[in-house]
Design a protein around this ligand. Structure first.
Ligand SMILES: O=C(CO)COP(=O)(O)O
Length: 126
């Protein structure tokens, strides 16, 4: 059986409710993939989707974004859904930029807001 593709889920604090609600609504589609997430986001996603196996990396500010970036570079992550807070300054802004940069370099689908994430889920439904 081929290895399941992997989706990375991340949300900044002000966007975690939105991502948890999104994940809960799309739990069935997400269950077909390997799911990884940054630490705190992963806890929220696991709560919203009982039974979904969520592998949690470190929290974003402590290196989680970089871990996921490395997994994009090694081909282990094929899609990034990252609900970004555009209104709050982040101490780890450089890590966020580096992660987005690698998603562009390796040309994986990357949703940075709810509207785009919905389109990606529709694309993955069938
Ligand atoms: O800060 C983040 C992404 O930049 C998210 O990290 P957490 O999911 O641990 O809050």
């Amino acid at each position: 059986m081929p290895e399941r593709h992997c989706i990375a889920l991340i949300a900044h604090d002000q966007k975690k409710d939105e991502l948890a609600e999104f994940a809960g609504r799309h739990a069935e589609v997400l269950a077909r993939f390997r799911i990884i997430a940054t630490g705190t986001t992963g806890g929220r996603v696991a709560e919203a989707c009982p039974g979904l196996d969520v592998v949690r990396m470190k929290s974003g500010p402590l290196g989680g974004d970089q871990q996921i970036g490395a997994m994009i570079a090694t081909g282990e992550v094929q899609m990034l859904i990252f609900f970004v807070d555009p209104l709050t300054a982040m101490p780890h802004d450089v890590d966020v930029k580096a992660l987005m940069r690698l998603a562009i370099v390796y040309d994986i689908p990357m949703a940075l807001n709810l509207a785009t994430a919905e389109i990606l889920m529709t694309a993955k439904k069938n």
